[in-house]
Ligand binder design. Structure first.
Ligand code: JHZ
Length: 410
């Protein structure tokens, strides 16, 4: 590990310890228009560090959020039935547990295309979505979900309070990692949340990232990688408490949902997670030391597998123009010499090129047209869902390569 120049986003500590460098990569969601093919792309360092004081894992380089989430963001949550189902269950659970009705307000931060809030709208619960990505906010409004196309922070929270809007429930899924000014974001939650309200916050769990070698989930959109220990410290700084924890092992490679409120009422699960993290050393630098070598091993093995297949005359395509796919193909230098094209159901991504390696993105129907021998699963987090959809390709003899945690052919 080496000392890094920036200060910790959570506690301000200056002695951050870098434990992984993925080189200089283009922004993971900055898909390239065909007319810009071959032109130079902007690149930024992708170095990951650990804070020895508060234990937060974080990126050193800070790309402007406008560039990440307004200028270059084509992620629409509604393209995954698994995510839709997960969100529906969450909404139903909150409505039942908290007796939500027309007199309450549910606010979602990073509400994307309204995929989650629409469940509350259907149940007659007032909602407000907040998301700076213009196309997604527009889609949400068109779907009947009131949405502000803005970044969230203490400023916006104060404005809403001045309009006498306070949230009984705040939902923040896959967004707390996406904000450079972490303290301002959580301060905004503390301001906007009613005294007896609950905030539920979901994010991939750093423990699962390290254990399952999910290095491809590291990209510039994700400034931070959270443990319960770090989340608890973060909340306490803003007068909030971590009261409950749920684990979803199959969501985005392993996701935690943290329940946060103004009062200190920890559940047994919350205590257990914190105690387990202490016992496993998650809050200590040693936990992260071997990670770089394991990542290097995956890169070497994956390149060997693909190169051997190519030498044997096989054709290879990839599935999922995901942000994580971008990290993987760029870090492992998987370009057109190894993979012919990538398929993705998101119509907004089709016709564009993956950043950096510039692989073309096509409709999944291309798999049945071109019949590649192998399919590299970049969106490995949706393996079961994608395999079920691609039964015809598999029945025709297509084979799937899963890159993470260890490259293997299914
Ligand atoms: P997916 C995104 O990361 C970006 P990505 C973001 N920054 C974040 O934090 C994480 O999610 C959580 C497509 N697909 O979800 C859709 C199919 O084509 O793993 C997506 O383009 N067919 C918000 O981009 C991609 O694959 C399918 O059947 O790494 C998956 O991207 C399914 C299910 C998905 O997230």
């Amino acid at each position: 590990m080496s000392a890094a120049p920036i200060r910790c986003r959570l506690c301000g500590e200056a002695r951050l310890e870098t434990f992984l460098s993925l080189g200089r990569t283009p922004l993971a969601d900055a898909l390239v228009r065909p007319e810009a093919a071959g032109l130079p792309e902007e690149r930024f360092s992708l170095d990951v560090a650990f804070c020895p004081d508060c234990s937060l894992v974080q990126l050193l380089e800070e790309v402007e959020p406008q560039k990440l989430f307004v200028d270059n963001y084509l992620y629409f949550s509604s393209f995954s039935p698994y995510v839709l189902e997960h969100s529906r269950r969450h909404a139903e659970g909150l409505i039942a547990a908290r007796g939500l009705g027309p007199g309450h307000l549910v606010v979602e931060l990073a509400s994307n295309d309204g995929y989650l809030l629409s469940n509350f709208v259907e149940a007659g619960v007032p909602v407000l979505g907040i998301d700076p990505a213009p196309a997604q906010a527009e889609a949400a409004i068109a779907a009947g979900v009131p949405t502000l196309a803005e970044f969230f922070g203490s400023g916006l929270a104060s404005r809403l309070i001045s309009e006498e809007r306070r949230a009984d429930v705040i939902i923040a899924n896959n967004v707390m990692a996406h904000v450079p000014n972490l303290n301002d974001f959580v301060e905004g939650i503390a301001l906007l949340l009613a005294d007896d309200g609950v905030a539920t916050i979901e994010n991939p769990y750093v423990r699962d990232l390290i254990r399952h070698c999910e290095f491809d989930t590291i990209y510039h959109e994700h400034f931070c990688y959270f443990s319960c220990t770090a989340v608890q410290k973060l909340m306490r700084r803003h007068g909030l408490y971590l009261n409950h924890v749920e684990h979803f092992p199959d969501l985005h490679g392993g996701t935690l949902r943290w329940y946060v409120g103004h009062h200190d009422e920890p559940s047994d699960e919350a205590r257990q997670y914190l105690a387990e993290e202490q016992a496993t050393g998650l809050a200590l630098p040693d936990f992260y030391r071997e990670f770089g070598a394991r990542v290097e091993h995956v890169r070497t093995e994956l390149r060997k597998l693909l190169t051997d297949l190519k030498s044997a005359g096989k054709t290879i395509a990839a599935y999922g123009a995901a942000a994580k796919g971008s990290t993987l193909v760029n870090f492992a230098d998987i370009d057109g010499s190894l993979v012919d094209f990538v398929v993705d159901r998101n119509v907004h991504k089709q016709g564009l090129l993956m950043p950096g390696v510039q692989l073309p993105i096509r409709d999944p129907a291309a798999l049945l047209e071109d019949k590649p021998d192998y399919l590299l699963l970049l969106a490995w987090n949706f393996k079961d869902e994608i395999m079920t959809q691609q039964q015809e390709y598999l029945d025709g003899g297509g084979r799937v390569i899963v890159p993470i945690p260890e490259p293997c052919v299914l």
